[in-house]
Design a protein around this ligand. Structure first.
Ligand code: F3S
Length: 412
């Protein structure tokens, strides 16, 4: 790989051990993908921020890098953690997890990480611009930043994102290069898409077919909300491993189908009509009409607009006895929700406004057992995909209205 003078100095250890190690990791990664050079990045979103993923070994590694003087050269936000730092006791998280998470978070902070602990950093101020090279982890956030904002990232795991943060560099390969950003599969969406869950069902159905290819979707309404696009990307990255999709007329680099394909022909053409919408929905919602104990909204983390919707549904109401409700969001949105009165309404109904964590990146198997959660309901295609395998619990999937109704009645 061609290295600049500064990059060579990093490799030679002139900037200290953590930066040297980080450069070694990036060079190895670049050689695997035949990268010819490094690209500067000034923005990182750090996966592996939960101790459920990092474990004791990963935490020790991050602590070691911090103790040896590692300092981030890029603005770096931290992804979802394993506990809610405010409510961990109340929600039933084990103290050992809280303590280990605290160690990991402090180590990242010592190097300059922003401990926002959310998978939707783009909703709270980490918002890269069109065409910017960044290094992001967390599959739903990667799909969003590539496809809705039009920034450029590969799928980073913890070690490569840490290396990018320490050096301010990424190897030039994959989605950083224009030739790899064109579409492969054309998806003509003719189904009427309404709620967020329809976008989840669409993404889930398409992701299973295209796997890691780049789908180009026509027919997505031009007024699709950020929350709907957020769910579309999360679902595409759950059943498939899609890191970039083009919603024609919405994705900045895809004003037309021709632009999305770069003048090439699609490898495959798919139709997504009302039968496919139903198929996508049914593949996530295999159970019906049973009792639920936990309702979770906010995977990916909820926006203030989603919190407002839920608060309006819960005004002057009480959750069914024995049912828990988690509305999961980022800390700044929790503060907005408190100021707007939404937090008070959700709590008065018996629900929780949860921050920092989520059911998948927390020790939820332990919590579910402790609190007797026998089945859950969610409007998230991603959560409905992972939860049954991870917790072996029946998971019901539907609109936010249906989920809140389940929280009020105890039945989905
Ligand atoms: Fe976010 Fe956790 Fe869902 S990281 S996308 S809330 S699985």
């Amino acid at each position: 790989m061609r290295l600049t003078f500064e990059e060579k100095q990093m490799l030679e250890g002139k900037y200290g051990y953590p930066t040297q190690k980080a450069m070694e990791i990036l060079i190895q990664l670049g050689e695997i993908y035949n990268a010819e050079e490094m690209l500067p990045v000034s923005n990182v979103h750090m996966p592996g921020s939960s101790v459920v993923v990092a474990g004791e070994a990963g935490t020790k590694f991050v602590e070691m890098m911090a103790e040896k003087g590692g300092k981030f050269r890029a603005f770096t936000t931290l992804n979802t953690a394993a506990v809610d730092f405010d409510l961990w006791k109340e929600l039933g998280f084990p103290e050992a997890t809280y303590k280990l998470q605290d160690r990991l978070t402090r180590a990242y902070e010592a190097m300059g990480g922003v401990a926002c602990h959310t998978c939707t950093p783009y909703l709270i101020g980490n918002t890269p611009r069109f065409g910017e090279n960044v290094a992001w982890g967390e599959s739903s956030a990667i799909a969003f930043v590539n496809s809705v904002l039009g920034a450029r990232t590969n799928r980073h795991g913890g070690p490569s994102a840490l290396a990018a943060a320490l050096t301010g560099r990424v190897p030039a390969y994959g989605y950083h290069l224009q030739e790899n950003r064109y579409g492969h599969v054309l998806v003509n969406v003719t189904a009427e898409l309404n709620g967020i869950e329809d976008y989840g069902s669409l993404g889930y159905w398409v992701g299973r077919i295209v796997e890691s290819k780049v789908p180009v979707l026509t027919g997505i309404p031009k007024d699709a909300s950020i929350d709907q696009l957020k769910m579309l990307g999360a679902a595409l990255a759950s059943s498939g491993s899609v890191a970039l999709f083009h919603a024609v007329g919405i994705t900045p680099e895809a004003p037309t189908v021709e632009a999305a394909f770069g003048g090439r022909q699609p490898e495959q053409v798919l139709e997504f009509g009302k039968d496919q919408l139903l198929e996508g929905h049914n593949s996530l919602n295999k159970h019906q009409g049973q009792e639920i104990k936990l309702v979770t909204i906010g995977c990916p983390h909820a926006s203030i607009s989603e919190i407002e919707t839920i608060a309006k549904m819960l005004e002057n109401k009480k959750l069914h006895n024995g049912v828990d409700l988690w509305v999961i969001t980022a800390v700044p949105n929790k503060a907005y929700a408190e100021r707007c009165g939404y937090k008070g309404i959700i709590e008065a109904a018996g629900g929780h406004l949860v921050s920092d964590t989520c059911p998948i990146l927390s020790p939820m198997v332990y919590v579910a057992k402790e609190r007797g959660y026998s089945a859950i309901a969610t409007n998230s295609a991603k959560l409905a995909h992972y939860a049954p395998g991870q917790w072996a619990l029946p998971t019901y999937y539907g609109s936010v209205e249906r989920c809140i109704n389940a929280a009020l009645t105890g039945k989905f």
